[in-house]
Design a protein around this ligand. Structure first.
Ligand code: ADP
Ligand code: MG
Length: 394
């Protein structure tokens, strides 16, 4: 699934559409997965994050219908899901179809005129690997809907931001995942060879050049393929702890805590656990600012140090790492990576490391060997470059 070219996926998703729905799609749209370079668990705290879009994308071949019915199928799932748009709810259609149905539901709620669709999905983003296959799916469908219903939202940053907000609402309300807004913004707004600095308080974005190739380095992504139970509950618990701390401190979000005033803020908090959660969030937001400065001055070593500090903070203070993420990052470091950290929500998912291009293969092999030594499922590593946003492909 991983090494197919965009052209191959466009052709195969088009023929899958024809086989499933019996006619040609009007077009194919795609949207990327993402990795967050740094700034983890900061989005729902009004903080900063710094994602790049991946070359791996989710493709949606689609055609409009005029009867209010949505029919969806995916190469990655069995069967065809069918639901009337009027019936879409957190219960219906349920399962993976809720990510697609939720987007149309939310566009309608926003007063936009959308009708039914036939959609066939295929993806080169691994599902559930912390690389945001869910947002890639939503954003590919949102892009298709924008063009097919003449919403004209892909042509401007404001339009794309509006689509991103609809996709967030779809994921929160219909798919029932309480995620922040980073994934959808990354998928709709990122540009080639740049990271997206996202201010989740103001909604402002800025493109920061990100091109490791020029410096002879690559970003190595390792999907740990770790599966841990209770992930959703843990995510919600972290959010709750942050909200509780903000209430105790009488502030809107943890973003308002100045790093220089962190110790004073921590002293006012009642529980040691909440203190550690807050310390992660505040120091992590500061690390994003430092990482942007380091990128702008081509200081890769500093970015590596910030990756390592971010990982330690997520492991020790936020407690969202796991054996697989700790082993992958530690192995990357001992094999010469400039820095390595878990990326995404945690408890599994992926890790990223900055390694010299010449070492990438050896680092990936060392991680696989270390996993084998511990009896863990074989991880999957690949290098990525910062890529472009949701767009029409054909
Ligand atoms: P991540 O976004 O990190 O990949 P999530 O748990 O947020 O993990 O989203 C994964 C879920 O999104 C899948 O379980 C499935 O329901 C849905 N999904 C993502 N991509 C696809 C796809 N190509 N086809 C069908 N469903 C998909
Ligand atoms: Mg997701």
């Amino acid at each position: 699934m991983s090494d197919r070219t965009p052209g191959e996926v466009v052709r195969s998703v088009t023929s899958a559409f024809e086989r499933t729905f019996g006619g040609a799609p009007t077009g194919v749209w795609s949207a990327p997965g993402r990795v967050n370079l740094i700034g983890e668990h900061t989005d729902y705290n009004g903080g900063l994050c710094l994602p790049i879009a991946l070359p791996r994308r989710t493709y949606a071949a689609a055609a409009r219908r005029d009867d209010g019915v949505l029919r969806i199928a995916s190469v990655q799932q069995d069967g065809v899901v069918e639901v009337a748009l009027d019936d879409v709810s957190p219960e219906l259609p349920g399962g993976w179809g809720s990510y697609v149905a939720g987007v149309l539901w939310s566009l309608r709620r926003d007063g936009l005129s959308v009708d039914g669709l036939d959609v066939l999905v295929d993806s080169t983003v691994p599902l559930g690997a912390g690389l945001s296959s869910s947002a890639a799916l939503e954003c590919a469908v949102a892009a298709a809907a924008s063009d097919l219903f003449d919403l004209d939202l892909l042509g401007s940053p404001e339009g794309r931001e509006r689509l991103a907000a609809r996709c967030v609402e779809a994921e929160n309300v219909i798919a029932g995942a309480p995620t922040g807004g980073m994934d959808q913004s990354a998928s709709l707004l990122c540009e080639d060879a740049a990271a997206l600095l996202l201010d989740c308080r103001s909604g402002e974005t800025r493109h920061v050049p990100f091109d490791l190739d020029a410096a002879g380095h690559v970003l190595l992504v390792t999907d740990t393929r770790a599966e841990h139970a209770l992930v959703d509950g843990q995510y919600a618990a972290r959010r709750d702890a942050c909200e509780q701390a903000a209430r105790e401190l009488g502030i809107e979000t943890l973003r308002e805590i100045d790093p220089a005033g962190l110790d004073a803020a921590l002293e006012r908090l009642g529980s040691d656990e909440v203190r550690r959660r807050v310390r992660h969030v505040v120091t992590e937001i500061e690390r994003v600012t430092l990482a942007v400065a380091a990128l702008e001055s081509d200081d890769l070593e500093e970015i590596g140090r910030l990756f390592d500090a971010s990982h330690a903070s997520l492991r020790d203070d936020y407690e969202v790492s796991c054996e697989e993420l700790d082993l992958a990052t530690a192995t990357a470091r001992s094999e010469g990576a400039l820095g390595a950290r878990m990326t995404g929500g945690g408890f599994g998912g992926s890790c990223i490391a900055i390694v010299s291009a010449a070492d990438a293969e050896a680092v990936a092999t060392a991680i696989a060997t270390a996993f084998r030594g511990e009896g863990l499922t074989a991880p999957v590593s690949f290098t990525v470059t910062a890529s472009g946003p949701a767009a029409r492909d054909s």
